[in-house]
Design a protein around this ligand. Structure first.
Ligand code: THU
Length: 163
């Protein structure tokens, strides 16, 4: 028996002045997108900003529904928005942040499995990994290169696309 091991690396930024300017600008736009969230049930407002290879930025926020599975996370609203508006343009990076109504989120929130799987489809479509930038309302910023950081054994069957 042998083990198959995959290691994930996340950059933890404690000093904002050391951060890449483009990443910082995208995070700022994600913070603006938070204000468009519709989250009357969870009171957890999430914003996402997607930077495309053509320089365009597309925003998204979580949109909830009284029948909860009918709602959608900020990440998927943003990337599907990008896919619908610029179907042929790869995603360079995505920034995600949050503001809860009743407490301060001091740590980055990571994307749910369904969002990661949807994000991975864009990486595969363009054969290009995306940079993922995460921050809570305050606190450290996490930067990860590619969906594989969070979903190392993600579902992908090469033949499925080719047949
Ligand atoms: N949510 C997101 O929009 N993105 C995440 O990464 C985690 C969760 C939303 C879904 C729901 O509207 C609320 O946050 C609470 O789960």
């Amino acid at each position: 028996m042998e083990e198959i091991k995959k290691v994930s690396v996340i950059k933890n930024i404690t000093d904002i002045s050391s951060m890449d300017e483009a990443d910082m600008a995208l995070l700022k736009q994600a913070k603006e997108a938070v204000h468009t969230a519709y989250a009357p049930y969870s009171k957890f407002h999430v914003g996402a900003a997607v930077l495309l290879a053509n320089g365009e930025v597309v925003l998204g926020s979580n949109q909830e529904n009284i029948a909860s599975p009918s709602g959608l996370c900020a990440e998927r609203v943003a990337i599907f928005h990008a896919g619908a508006k610029f179907p042929d343009v790869p995603i360079v990076s995505i920034a995600i942040t949050v503001k809860a109504e009743n407490y301060v989120v001091k740590e980055p929130i990571t994307c749910c499995g369904a969002c990661l799987q949807s994000m991975s489809e864009f990486e595969m479509k363009f054969d290009k990994e995306m940079r993922i930038i995460l921050q809570g309302e305050t606190g450290n910023i996490w930067i990860a290169e590619g969906v594989k950081t969070f979903l190392p054994f993600m579902f992908y069957v090469h033949e499925l696309k080719n047949k």
